[in-house]
Design a binder for this molecule. Structure first.
Ligand code: GDP
Length: 195
């Protein structure tokens, strides 16, 4: 699949704010600072479309981007930054679960993990939640340019064992710096939106 066009459509906190669900959607979720905005920008060949930020928690909304006029990329707010009040965590949970559970045109979710880190309790929870609800999912190991092949060979095992990754789910290494993994993720999207 080639990316021909992409545009920001809207931000929402609840279903009333979502755009019409007439196009298939693929969503991106992960810990804050995992490299989600960078990945979306790289996928779309756009530098500043999804907002990258060093300040965790700035992007607490669900952002919708229309791509090639025929599907939507959905940027879900990042989780896991320290020191947020309980009410913010609860609001995050409702917002994200509300989207994932009820969006009929959702075709699949990319769960992003930093390739260098052991998945956190929240990463595991998110993965198990997706598996439990049978949402098609691919796990993406971000910032892969930061590891050597040897390091990645080891770290891959850690990630697989910690989730634990089931055989039906792929683990795709990705770098927003080099573009590694981009074509593979585009192929996944092409399959999902053709369903
Ligand atoms: P988000 O909070 O998940 O949207 O994360 P960002 O996309 O804002 O990235 C967080 C930080 O990681 C930024 O400093 C990025 O420059 C850096 N980063 C993101 N992706 C990569 C990558 O593939 N390779 C490297 N080396 N750094 C990355």
């Amino acid at each position: 699949m080639k990316i021909q066009s992409s545009e920001f459509i809207t931000s929402a906190v609840n279903p009333g704010g979502y755009p019409p669900g007439d196009l298939p959607e693929v969503a991106f979720v992960g810990r804050s600072n995992v490299g989600k905005s960078s990945l979306i920008n790289k996928m779309l060949n756009r530098k500043g479309l999804a907002r990258t930020s060093k300040t965790p928690g700035r992007t607490q909304l669900i952002n919708f981007f229309r791509v090639n006029e025929n599907f939507m990329m959905v940027d879900l707010p990042g989780y896991g930054y320290a020191k947020v009040p309980e009410e913010v965590r609860v609001r995050w949970g409702k917002m994200v679960e509300g989207y994932l559970k009820n969006r009929a045109n959702l075709q699949g979710v990319f769960l992003l993990l930093d390739c260098r880190h052991v998945p956190t309790a929240q990463d595991k929870q998110m993965y198990q939640w997706l598996a439990h609800y049978g949402v098609p999912a691919v796990v993406v190991a971000t910032k892969i340019d930061k590891l050597s092949n040897n390091q990645w060979a080891k770290q891959q095992g850690v990630i697989k064992r910690t989730l634990p990754l089931s055989p039906e789910h792929r683990l795709v290494p990705f770098s927003a710096e080099t573009g590694r993994g981009r074509e593979e993720l585009l192929e996944v999207i092409a399959q999902w939106i053709a369903q």
